[in-house]
Ligand binder design. Sequence first.
Ligand code: SF4
Length: 263
Amino acid sequence: MTLSHSRVNRYDFCPRSYRYYYIDGWRPKTKKPALLFGDAVDQALQAFFRAGEDPASAFEGVWEKLKDSPVAWGKRNTWEGFLEIGKRLLERFLAEEASRFSEVAPENVQRRLTADLEGLTVIGYPDLYCKVDGLLTLVDFKTAASPYDTEEVALNEQLTAYWWLLSASGLPVERVAFCVLLKLKEPKIGWHFSTRSEGEVAEYLEKLRIVAADVERGRFPRKSASCGFMGGCDFKPLCLGNEEKIQMTLCLPKEISEEEIVI
Ligand code: SF4
């Protein structure tokens, strides 16, 4: 069995949602603009760190292709607005942050990390592993509308997963970090650096064992406290048995990419 941070996170959010997404294969028909924007910024940063492309131009190229995608654009979330903010954010990144990175190797951009935990395969694709300000750092880039809370970063399990995956792969690391690109009127970039203790890693590994055991025995209870989170769970029509809304908003793709199945 294979687990990733995304899988554990979805199971945590709601076990039933895990079943709908990873086992049954349900997907929303339309994508959320903020998620699409985050993916496009990630792709632009990958093009910059892998091939030295100008990140703002790379973003523009990616975003242009999404103009006619099935996306739930809104009055405040327009394609044009995201284009503008994305370009400005990445111009700022290049001007103010790019010089902090050194010893960037293309193979360490979205590097596939795997480790074995008593027969359980754990997998992750951290955005970047290189030196930041001279220290070996694992960096994950985020886009957000408001600044990250420092205490939440200290507790964040995605960074714990990456910290463990690096050490289990024999790769030294001095710190992990979120580099947060803030979608504000005046774009800003914030950093959060952190480390993880042996105890924190051990606790996370125990959680992996528990989630793996629950998934293996088909334990997918509903978690109603999550139904309204972030504008509402996409899978509400399934839980409500609302056939009309299921047809309108959800689909079962015939082909899901291997990456989607694993991650
Ligand atoms: S609607 Fe609620 S119970 Fe159903 S999958 Fe979503 S979060 Fe879980």
